[in-house]
Design a protein around this ligand. Structure first.
Ligand code: SAM
Ligand code: ZN
Length: 310
């Protein structure tokens, strides 16, 4: 009896020891990949702009870390572990603050949730993701994903012959860290920024394609976010904006009873915000994707002033 329990104890200790070693090896590999990714980073001074005043940024050695400095309004933006921070989470307000926190917490399970959600809808994640990303027309230029999350759309962008540099922004540092680990593991050259969709840290007319999936319904200010996506898109560039219809939000409320609490019982019914797209945008349309669970708004920024007036 005594011998049996000694053997059991030894077995357990061995199991714990081996698991610890495997975990340590995994952490070391992850740290090395992240470092390699960080070393690849270079200042994107031709792309970034001050999110507050749109001034051109300079590289600066800040007290806490290297980063960017805006000479026009004297604001500093540190770069932490390769990710420029264009917002401070403590400055966020309203729904933006709540959702940044929620996504920080749930980031660990978001990938799995996404796969399960597509299975529930009755399609593969690849089919669903491509339904949106295949519509982008980057023509070899830069692509921006606003609210990139942990990078679930990246496999359908990176390596595509018509896709140039890829940039991704999110308000949740938790999501961005997952995204960073993922792109570092894949060895992808993707630039990530912590920021708010309503105040994008990019220069005007910078991206050939801009897209957003899954957050806009609950932004503080949808109009500001759409105007920002238009501002940073290049003339002639395509913008896609997708999110769930009302029936999708109601499904969340059933599955996650805490979800409704964030609106103090006053959540407005979801309507695709096509009316917030500036009138001058061309080829405006809204259509169903993901078997009717999501809407997608699609438009093109006019190429020239002439095209705008037509
Ligand atoms: C449902 S997830 C979508 C992630 C990914 N785009 C996808 O297709 O699955 C919504 C994302 O929006 C981000 N988000 C919420 N409010 C935001 C804001 N004001 N600015 C930027 N990102 C925001 C969240 O942090 C979260 O990562
Ligand atoms: Zn500034």
């Amino acid at each position: 009896m005594k011998r049996k329990s000694v053997n059991l104890g030894l077995g357990l200790a061995l199991g714990v020891g081996i698991s610890g070693l495997v975990l340590l090896k995994h952490q070391r590999r992850k740290a090395a990949e992240c470092l390699a990714w960080q070393e690849q980073r270079r200042p994107a001074l031709d792309v970034f702009a001050c999110p507050d005043c749109h001034g051109v940024l300079k590289v600066a050695a800040l007290a806490e870390a290297d980063g960017y400095y805006c000479p026009a309004c004297s604001k500093n933006y540190p770069v932490v572990s390769g990710i420029p921070h264009f917002i401070q989470p403590q400055d966020l307000t309203g729904l933006n603050k709540r959702f940044a926190r929620i996504y920080d917490w749930v980031s660990w399970g978001y990938r799995l949730f996404s796969r399960l959600a597509f299975a529930f809808i009755g399609m593969s994640e690849e089919q669903g993701r491509r339904e949106v990303t295949d519509r982008l027309e980057p023509k070899g230029g830069r692509v921006l994903e606003v609210s990139i999350g942990p990078g679930v759309n990246l496999p359908y962008l990176v390596g595509r012959a018509d896709v140039g540099e890829v940039f991704g922004l999110d308000i949740s540092l938790g999501q961005l860290k997952r995204c960073r680990d993922y792109v570092a593991h894949q060895g992808w050259d993707v630039q990530l920024q912590l920021g708010n969709a309503e105040q994008l840290p990019y220069q005007d007319n910078t991206f050939e394609a801009v897209f957003h999936i899954g957050g806009i319904n609950f932004f503080n200010n949808k109009k500001k976010a759409i105007d920002e996506m238009v501002r940073v898109a290049r003339p002639g560039g395509r913008v896609l904006i997708a999110d769930e219809y009302e029936k999708g939000a109601q499904k969340y409320e059933q599955l996650f009873p805490g979800f409704g609490r964030h609106f103090d019982g006053k959540r407005a019914a979801i309507v695709p915000p096509l009316d917030l797209v500036p009138e001058a945008m061309l080829e405006q349309q809204v259509f169903d994707i993901w078997k009717g669970w999501f809407y997608c708004i699609d438009f093109r920024k006019p190429d020239t002033m002439d095209e705008r007036k037509r």
